[in-house]
Design a protein around this ligand. Structure first.
Ligand code: GMT
Length: 372
């Protein structure tokens, strides 16, 4: 098949999933065309069957806001037509689903049929989508899609609750490639973060308010009172300066390490002892799944789709959103009990295996075939 993938190229989970999916499809012989405004972060290597089409919005002085969606639509029309694509798979509803709808209509008027599949990832539904300035367009573009998928049952339910969606939504969960995590721990790097063998707690996100990174720091403050530990904060985003200020004022000093953005997080996860995910809402929690793949138990909130990934008392612990005290107690108890901790690490890997690429890729391929 010749598949066009539209996604955000940035550090969000939806872009990561779209890119990993595209690369896996290409590796299994399909031709994949990424169509977006920048090279997707995970698309580092030159790969057979992978092509990239950049959407360039010119800086026309008349516009205060450049019409990205229209330029994307024109690019979709062009790529579908000249690369002879079989289908479009758009990740994140806004504005990708409506651009795909428009492209499909334009192409239809020229006698070309191109189905589009929309994959809902989370904030396109749970935060932005509910905003009435987007809602009618999203509802329409979802209903018009040839197939719709959501990354968790929780997100499927939210979509049905918040939108007048008349069509089936298939749950296809996010995935990891287990083999990629079978790498040794980088002991020198680990020592550079934790020179005295301190526990390493890690959080990875785009530092949006929804991630409640303050809570991560509060949990860490409590853990650090009981156990020698370091906190690695990976990523960047709107809350970073605030969190940095908070850490400086709390006297956490060099025990909190702001690592910044990273294209690959495997090495950091492999050297981590515990992963913290304190989000207000999270449709899936890909970062938690990646931690599991690296054999790292997760302390998380019990919101959205997280309980579909993190099994309470098995691969980690779940707590109410904002229940920093319980999260810290759970973290201390698991890190203090070597036998239980070792079992949780095994359990984490076991959970990750359920979401391996080998199991999830055929679900997308079957779906593609069903719409063609
Ligand atoms: O979490 C983010 O802020 C990024 C966002 C995205 O769309 O890139 O992530 C969403 O999609 C991920 C991949 O499907 C999910 O694992 C995340 O849970 C989801 N984020 C939220 O629901 C907040």
């Amino acid at each position: 098949m010749k598949i066009g993938i539209v996604c955000y190229p940035t550090f969000g989970g939806s872009g990561v999933v779209a890119t990993e999916l595209g690369m896996a499809l290409a590796a299994s012989g399909h031709q994949v065309h990424f169509i977006t405004y920048d090279l997707p972060v995970r698309l580092e290597k030159t790969l057979e069957n992978v092509f990239y089409h950049e959407v360039r919005v010119s800086d026309y002085p008349l516009f205060d806001y450049q019409p990205y969606e229209l330029v994307l639509t024109s690019k979709l029309v062009d790529v579908v037509k000249y690369e002879k694509l079989d289908l479009l798979h758009v990740h994140y509803a806004i504005p990708h689903a409506s651009a795909a709808y428009m492209a499909r209509q334009i192409l239809r008027s020229q006698g070309i049929n191109i189905p589009y599949i929309t994959t809902l990832h989370g904030t396109d539904i749970t935060l932005l989508g509910k905003d009435e300035s987007f809602e009618p367009v999203i509802t329409f573009a979802i209903n018009e899609s040839d197939a719709v998928t959501a990354v968790s049952e929780s997100l499927r339910q939210d979509t049905l609750k918040f939108f007048r969606v008349k069509r089936d939504i298939k749950v296809i969960p996010n995935f990891i490639c287990e083999e990629e995590y079978n790498v040794p721990v980088l002991e020198n790097l680990k020592r550079s973060y934790a020179p005295n063998g301190e526990f390493i707690l890690t959080h990875i996100s785009n530092f949006r308010p929804v991630k409640r990174v303050d809570d991560v720091v509060r949990v860490f403050e409590l853990v650090r009172k009981k156990l020698p530990s370091k906190l690695l904060l990976v990523g960047d985003g709107p809350e970073r300066s605030h969190v940095e200020k908070m850490c400086r004022e709390s006297g956490l000093g060099t025990d909190v390490i702001f690592v910044g953005k990273m294209k690959q997080t495997t090495d950091i996860l492999r050297l981590s002892d515990l992963f913290l995910l304190t989000s207000e809402t999270e449709s899936f929690g890909l970062a938690a799944l990646e931690a599991f793949a690296a054999g790292v138990p997760v302390i998380s909130s019990n919101t959205g789709g997280i309980p579909e990934v993190n099994i309470d008392g098995y691969s980690g612990y779940l707590s109410g959103v904002g229940d920093v005290a319980k999260m810290a107690t759970d973290a201390i108890s698991i890190l203090s009990d070597v036998e239980r901790y070792t079992q949780f690490k095994e359990n984490a890997k076991e959970v990750a295996r359920k979401f391996d690429l080998k199991k999830v890729l055929p679900l997308y391929i079957d779906l593609y075939r069903s719409v063609l």
